[in-house]
Design a protein around this ligand. Structure first.
Ligand code: HEC
Length: 107
């Protein structure tokens, strides 16, 4: 039992590294598919702020994820300028918005 347990733990550890990188790639692909990258890019302001700037602005803010998920769903303006972000819900699934926001905050 103990041996089996260690084998599982080792396998999980082995998967953890590459799986994380794939997550970022998958999240970016999801952002592309969901239309976010029409107005955003990772490094540069397009219509909306660069995702790296968003991550920097909310660094250390534990409430950021919830706030940003709500903002992306409903849309809105005034934080980065006067250009509004249109609502992305319901056309983008809640779980996809969560995944993309987590990725944005990790940049
Ligand atoms: C039509 C253009 C457009 C699309 C499509 C769009 N955004 Fe935005 N986004 C904006 C603009 C403009 C702002 C700045 C809003 C503001 O100043 O409050 C923004 C702001 C944001 C912010 C920061 C919000 C804040 O209050 O700091 C996040 C995070 C974000 N967008 C994520 C997304 C995600 C995820 C998607 C796709 C599901 C998406 N955006 C699709 C234009 C867009």
């Amino acid at each position: 039992m103990k041996v089996l347990f260690s084998a599982i733990a080792a396998a999980t550890l082995l998967m953890a590294g590459p799986a994380h990188a794939v997550d970022a790639a998958a999240a970016k692909a999801l952002a592309q598919k969901s239309g976010c990258l029409a107005c955003h890019s990772v490094d540069a302001k397009v219509l909306g702020p660069a995702y790296k700037d968003v991550a920097a602005k909310y660094k250390g803010d534990k409430t950021a994820e919830g706030k940003l998920i709500a903002k992306v769903k409903a849309g809105g303006s005034g934080v980065w300028g006067n250009i509004p972000m249109p609502a992305n819900s319901p056309q983008v699934k809640d779980e996809d918005i969560k995944t993309i926001v987590e990725w944005v905050l990790s940049l």
